[in-house]
Structure formats: structure tokens, C-alpha cells
Write a new protein. Structure first.
Length: 365
């Protein structure tokens, strides 16, 4: 069986794995292996594509640090490399009943130095007549990015740095040896092995399941169990010429069913919802009458006339969520294995945080 020797390996070609491989490849030889035919085939390409400001997260949360730092890195990277993006700004809208939560977000913006304005409902209603609300927080530096354009750029940059890319290659087993780690990989044509000193796992939905199945490195019980949350999106014509993101006050398991859009057509999307599922390979009840009604009722809290506009099912994504809804970045201090890094529970704002996570891990090596 062929054995490949390389200094560092990243497992998982979502946007976070790609960003890590790019940053690491600037310092060391690096391979990126991905089990699917294409990069960003799962969670990374099935979200809102939003560059978040960092307003929502508690001060000491990993999400807070990586989102605030990642936002700056994302805009800089996109500008420098002509990745399609736009700083649209975001309105967070709410009713009288949510005044306390609104004030809490205002305080977080102020404490973190996030540029914001409190604006009157008449101003927003003049821009978007369909939006009816009482409290409005305008976040200036939220935006959107074309995730596919970003992924293509990161792949190009990894190639430019001499990185090795292996798609349709699934990690089967990890063994520790005197020099680091020996990986067994099921490639597109045959199995092969990789010897590496540094192993970085960015496996998204699959980290816990991989170690439970293989018990590689005897880490079968190390990773906290994940909740798998499906988030669906509906679309319709851009009936109010929306050019800003519109968000409600966040809920328990998500940031709320919000308005987002892409850079290429005249549709807007509403989503995502958040529903826990057990089977990530074949979720049930994707788009049914009950789901559409739930969406309509949520949207009606800030667009009362939404039923005049025909919603069409669009797409869905599945997110890994930990009990405290924060990120985990494990290293030797946590699990005792030199040169092993493992990311766990990376959900929103994972896209915004991706380059920051890559920079952090590259500097820890």
C-alpha cells in the first residue's frame, strides 16, 4: 500500500478545513483530504452565506473571539483576492415584547465596539414598506459572501502554496507512531496511507461518529455528543427590493428565520429554522405544509403580509450543535496527543470565523 509522507494533514474540506489548510500551508507542507467529490459539499454550502458582526456571543465564548477576528480577516481576504462579497449591513427588528433583548444586543454592540445605530421604525418602513416592527438595531459591518467563490479561491491558494489535495478520500483509521500519526485513507481508486507529524481534524458533522465507530487513538468517548439541527430555507421574489439583511431577535437554537440573498439574482431566502434530527443522511419532513406554516408564522412577526408572496422550498443544511452552543478547538492540553488538533461543534458563525480559526491553529503548531 502506498505511503505518503507529509508534515501536516487537514481532514475535512468544508470552508473551515479549507481555511485551516490554506493558513497551515503558508508555513508547512500540507495535505487536505475530503471524503466527498467536491469541497464545501455539506454544512458550508447550505447556510445563509453571512459575514456576521459578532453581536450575539458572550464575551468569553470562543465564538465571540473567532467571529470578531474572523470578520476582519474575511473582508480583507475577499478584497485582496477578488472573492465576491458585499458589506450589506443588517437590521435586527423586534416587537415591544422583545425590548429587553433588543437592549441587551445594543449593550453588546457598545461593549465590543461593533458599529451600530438604533433607528426608528419609520426609517426602515420607508425603505422596506413590508417590514413592521418597533425596535430596530442597525449593524453596519454585517455582510454576505459567495461561499463557492471563497472555496474556489482557498483551493487555488492551497495549490499555489504547494498543498496536496485529495478529494473522494475518506479517513478510515488513525494510528499513533513514533513520528506522529499514520492515517489509512480510502481513496477514489484504492486505499493509501499518510504519515504525518501534525493532524488537524475539521470533520464537521462526523468527528464524534468517526471516533465512536473506529475508536482511533482510544478517543471514542472523548468528544461530547452533538445535536444535529436541520435548517431549511424557502425563497421568493425580492418583493421589496431588499438590499440589507433583516433578522428577528434570535431564538434558543438559531438566530431566527431571517431574510438573506445572494449576489446574482432577484430572489431572497427566508431561513433557517432549527429542528433536531437523528438521521443526518436522510432527514424526514423536509418541506411540508406544517413546515411552511411554521415559517409563515415566524415571518409574520415582522412582515405581516408575507402570505401575499409565494414561498418556494429552496435548500436545507444540517448543523452540529453542542449543549452550550460554543466552538471546541482541542489540542494536546485537552487530549494528550502531541500534534493533534480537533475542531468540534463548528456551526454559525463558522463561515465568518474560518480564516481566524486557520490563523489560530497555524500559529499553535
Amino acid at each position: 500500500m502506498e505511503i505518503v509522507n507529509i508534515k501536516s494533514v487537514v481532514v475535512g474540506g468544508g470552508i473551515v478545513g479549507q481555511a485551516i489548510a490554506y493558513e497551515v500551508s503558508r508555513k508547512f507542507d500540507c495535505a487536505l483530504i475530503e471524503k466527498n467529490k467536491n469541497f464545501i459539499n455539506e454544512t458550508s454550502s447550505r447556510n445563509s452565506g453571512v459575514i456576521h458582526s459578532g453581536v450575539y456571543y458572550d464575551h468569553d465564548a470562543n465564538k465571540n473571539f473567532f467571529c470578531l477576528d474572523g470578520k476582519e480577516r474575511m473582508y480583507e481576504f475577499c478584497k485582496k483576492n477578488n472573492v465576491q462579497h458585499k458589506m450589506t449591513g443588517k437590521y435586527i427588528v423586534s416587537s415591544k415584547e422583545n425590548l429587553q433583548k433588543h437592549n441587551g444586543l445594543v449593550k453588546k454592540c457598545s461593549d465590543k465596539g461593533i458599529p451600530f445605530e438604533e433607528v426608528s421604525n419609520s426609517i426602515v418602513n420607508n425603505i422596506y414598506p413590508s417590514v413592521i416592527c418597533e425596535n430596530i438595531l442597525y449593524i453596519k459591518d454585517s455582510g454576505i459572501v459567495d461561499v463557492h467563490s471563497l472555496s474556489d479561491c482557498l483551493e487555488y491558494k492551497l495549490n499555489e502554496n504547494g498543498g496536496l489535495i485529495q478529494k473522494q478520500s475518506e479517513l478510515i483509521e488513525i494510528e499513533q507512531n513514533s513520528d506522529g500519526y499514520l492515517l489509512t485513507v480510502n481513496g477514489p481508486d484504492q486505499k493509501f496511507k499518510i504519515k504525518t507529524e501534525i493532524l488537524i481534524l475539521a470533520m464537521g458533522l462526523h468527528t464524534e461518529k468517526f471516533f465512536s465507530r473506529t475508536n482511533s487513538l482510544d478517543l471514542g468517548n472523548f468528544f461530547e455528543p452533538l445535536r444535529y439541527m436541520i435548517g431549511r430555507y424557502y425563497k421568493c421574489k425580492n418583493f421589496d427590493n431588499f438590499k440589507h439583511l433583516i433578522y428577528p431577535i434570535p431564538g434558543k437554537d438559531s438566530l431566527g428565520i431571517h431574510i438573506c440573498f445572494n449576489l446574482y439574482d432577484d430572489y431572497i431566502t427566508f431561513g433557517p429554522d432549527a429542528e433536531e434530527i437523528q438521521n443526518i443522511n436522510s432527514p424526514e419532513k423536509l418541506f411540508d405544509i406544517e413546515t411552511e406554516e411554521k415559517f409563515l408564522k415566524n415571518i409574520e412577526t415582522y412582515i405581516p403580509n408575507i402570505r401575499q408572496h409565494k414561498l418556494q422550498p429552496d435548500y436545507y443544511g444540517i448543523r452540529p450543535k453542542l449543549p452550550d452552543q460554543d466552538f471546541r478547538i482541542f489540542d494536546r492540553e485537552d487530549h494528550g496527543f502531541e500534534g493533534l488538533f480537533a475542531l468540534h461543534g463548528i456551526e454559525s458563525p463558522g463561515l465568518t470565523s474560518s480564516l481566524s480559526l486557520g490563523h489560530y491553529i497555524a500559529n499553535k503548531i
